[in-house]
Design a protein around this ligand. Structure first.
Ligand code: PNS
Length: 170
């Protein structure tokens, strides 16, 4: 008998510029535990650098990969994460943690989000070992210098990334 999911709604937020197989692994694992998962795609520049892909395209990339999970929805947001989580009745914010280097940033975000919404729990899943080195920025850097990004991001993302970076170079 398959295990029951009974965790309510979880939110998996991020910039996803672009989504990687590491993100998709976390989303699939969260979807196995929680009843509903909302993948929340930041539609505001939270970093100094502009995103390579628009929020609409980042959402579409993820939607194309999560269609087998009936309990996963993908939505852009441009408000405080905790407000967006409340709006959708999410009890938890779930993120992936790779190496120690992720900890400092995630710890800060955790404290800020907790201060604003102590009722919403942040939960961290350890990355699978094969994805522990994988980041969107690493993929973009490889692609920019002609490196092989096969197996790191979905094929459709790899094709669009090469196109965008070629356009930026010209
Ligand atoms: O790891 P990322 O992709 O930079 O994460 C983005 C996000 C929104 C999850 C992180 O910046 C966060 O937790 N921010 C909390 C503050 C907030 O709500 N910012 C508004 C974003 S629209």
């Amino acid at each position: 008998m398959p295990a029951e999911r009974n965790g309510g709604t979880a939110m998996c937020p991020g910039s996803y510029d672009p989504v990687t197989f590491g993100h998709l692994d976390i989303i699939a694992r969260v979807a196995n535990v929680f009843d509903n998962v909302i993948v929340a795609v930041v539609n505001q520049p939270v970093r100094k650098q502009a995103t390579v892909f628009s929020a609409e395209e980042r959402v579409a990339f993820i939607e194309a990969e999560v269609s087998e999970h009936a309990n996963v929805q993908v939505k852009p947001f441009d408000t405080l994460l905790v407000d967006f989580a409340r709006e959708h009745g999410a009890r938890a914010i779930v993120k992936g943690l790779r190496a120690i280097s992720d900890f400092e940033y995630e710890f800060e975000m955790n404290q800020l989000n907790r201060k604003m919404a102590p009722d919403i729990e942040s939960i961290y899943l350890m990355s699978a070992p094969q994805f522990s080195f994988l980041s969107s920025s690493g993929v973009k850097e490889l692609a920019m210098f002609g490196g092989d990004i096969e197996g790191l991001v979905p094929d459709a993302v790899a094709v669009r990334l090469q196109e965008e970076l070629k356009r930026e170079r010209n």
